[in-house]
Design a protein around this ligand. Structure first.
Ligand code: PNW
Length: 525
């Protein structure tokens, strides 16, 4: 269980740790104080779009219970809290000519003050999937680069102006892969577009995800440019992006499967991180998509790069958690895409740091215990599989920092609360705190207590930095000075090449390990 001996190594005093949430998943109060609709409001009400048929109108009622949420954060002893701002509370119709809603500003302003009064550092996501419905109706949102980039930048500007005196850690976008693929490719997330006419009345899965992703990259880039040019000097903050990605291991040591593992990483993470940090889309994506992958103009590319330094959506790679000998990589979560595999988390952190040379914040990392919704509260609080998951990833985190010299500066568990899990409704629970949706009462689970204790023991109280000098040297010798951040969990997958198997033959299997340290990498500045 929890180590009682003094640990041999501690994370530096300024290491930020805490929990993460997102506006639409917790706030509820969708009608309150002049808020405009987001694309999730009506989408979640359409029959069949969420597993339990439930929507986000109440969620965990955090718009009204935010002081209680703050008390919970204090109880856990967090240093930081990652939350997102609802664009349509700030600008109800979303657009650059549309009015700002002062009541929305006041809500987040009070919340930020509440955090600071308790000594908790705000870590703020500008866009966590709740696009103003008005922008989708007006010009199809992320599909219209010419409009959405300008509207997003204006929204970001309002946030920097009104909150940037107190917020020093900004994330532009949460997980562009999910925005693009789940919203415009598979059609399972709002706005629910795809080529599958049984699912979606409109959409084109072969072109739209790549167009949407392109707009998201540019919106990120121009918001970062604005922050750097007009705010950073006086506000002194930093800004980055959260990318999700699964660690992919080759199924076996065949060349195809080794390549398949890299292809999976290219499409999950490289799609966004390569243009931003390396100045171009991954070669494999160009090869896979040809003309369907939009081009950057030279001017755009300058801004983008500056900003940070059988399934196409998985890079034509088949994923499996099953090893060739039939054993499972780790413990299965409630959702199919996630298994617990802590070594993958360490490998993913190393991969990201070596490839992009940026400081990393793990902005989300979490686990949904199988069938937790069927348990009594008492049973659910003993969330052994989630404790096990966090025990593994925290030890991988420490090893990555201490033994491998990866520059990780923060870690956020997903999530503070059980909450509206998008297309899963309330069936899948990711919280370290149990929420009884009848009473809205919150109960800390064992996993929440575990993380609280672990960080108490492993973050240094006195010294600002305890990274051994030799390791620091290695990092700076090899890297550059731009910051990167990783966020989220690392899902380790064993990718398999998606090429159809030949009858009777061996087939082209490129399984790697699909990790489930799902890492949202905050590849920052
Ligand atoms: C993240 N995948 O979503 C989001 O940032 C959260 O809002 C969400 O609640 C959490 O993880 C748990 O799902 C993801 O399919 C959704 O790989 C799906 C995937 C990854 C991340």
């Amino acid at each position: 269980m929890i180590a009682t001996n003094a640990p041999p190594y501690k994370l530096p005093t300024d290491f930020l740790w805490g929990f993460a949430t997102a506006s639409f998943q917790i706030e509820g109060a969708t009608d309150a104080d002049g808020r405009g609709k987001s694309i999730w409001d009506d989408f979640s009400k359409i029959t069949g779009k969420t597993l339990d048929g439930r929507d986000g109108d109440v969620a965990t009622d955090s718009y009204h219970r935010w002081q209680e949420d703050l008390d919970l954060l204090v109880q856990y002893g967090v240093k930081s809290y990652r939350f997102s701002i609802s664009w349509s509370r700030i600008i109800p119709s979303g657009g650059r000519e549309d009015p700002v809603n002062e009541a929305g500003i006041e809500f987040y302003s009070d919340f930020i003050d509440g955090l600071l009064a308790r000594g908790i550092t705000p870590f703020v996501t500008l866009y966590h999937w709740d696009l103003p419905q008005a922008l989708h109706d007006r010009y199809l949102g992320w599909l219209n680069k010419g409009e959405i980039v300008l509207d997003f930048v204006r929204y970001a500007k309002v946030c920097f102006e009104r909150f940037g005196d107190r917020v020093k850690h900004w994330l532009t976008m949460n997980e562009p892969w999910c925005i693009s693929i789940l919203g415009y490719g598979r059609g399972v997330f709002a706005p629910g577009r795809s080529s599958d006419r049984l699912r979606s009345p409109e959409g084109n899965s072969s072109t739209e995800p790549w167009i949407a992703g392109h707009s998201v990259i540019l919106s990120h880039a121009y918001a970062v440019k604005l922050y750097r040019e007009e705010f950073k000097a006086k506000q002194g903050g930093e800004i980055g992006i959260t990318l999700n990605g699964d660690w992919a291991m080759p199924y076996d040591d065949s060349i195809q499967n080794i390549e398949a593992a890299q292809h999976a990483l290219d499409v999950a993470i490289g799609w966004f991180a390569d243009p931003i940090y390396l100045g171009q889309y991954p070669a494999y994506m160009k090869q896979m998509l040809g003309d369907r992958l939009p081009d950057f103009t030279p001017e755009e590319l300058a801004v983008v790069k500056e900003a940070g330094g059988e399934d196409e959506f998985q890079g034509h790679v088949e994923y499996t958690f099953t090893r060739p000998d039939g054993t499972q990589l780790g413990t299965q979560a409630h959702c199919a895409w996630l298994q617990d595999y802590a070594p993958g988390f360490r490998d993913l952190l190393n991969y990201l740091y070596k490839r992009y040379r940026k400081p990393i914040y793990v902005t989300e990392n979490g686990f949904a215990v199988k069938d937790e919704d069927k348990k009594t509260v008492e049973e659910a609080l003993q969330d052994d599989d989630r404790v096990q998951y966090y025990r593994g990833v925290t030890s991988s985190l420490l090893a990555a920092v201490k033994e491998d010299g990866v520059d990780v500066r923060g870690y956020f568990g997903w999530s503070l609360l059980d909450n509206f899990e998008w297309a899963d409704g309330y069936v899948t629970r990711f919280g370290v705190t149990y929420v009884d949706y009848e009473t809205q009462k919150r109960y800390p689970k064992d996993s929440g207590k575990f993380l609280s204790q672990w960080f108490k023991e492993h973050v240094d109280n006195d010294k600002p930095s305890s990274i051994p000098a030799t390791i620091v040297k290695v990092i700076s010798a090899a890297g550059n000075s731009v910051e990167t951040k990783v966020v989220h969990s690392a899902n380790v997958n064993v990718p398999k090449d998606a090429a159809p198997k030949k009858k009777g033959g061996k087939g082209k299997k490129a399984p790697f390990a699909r990790f489930t340290a799902y890492i949202s990498a905050f590849l920052g500045l």
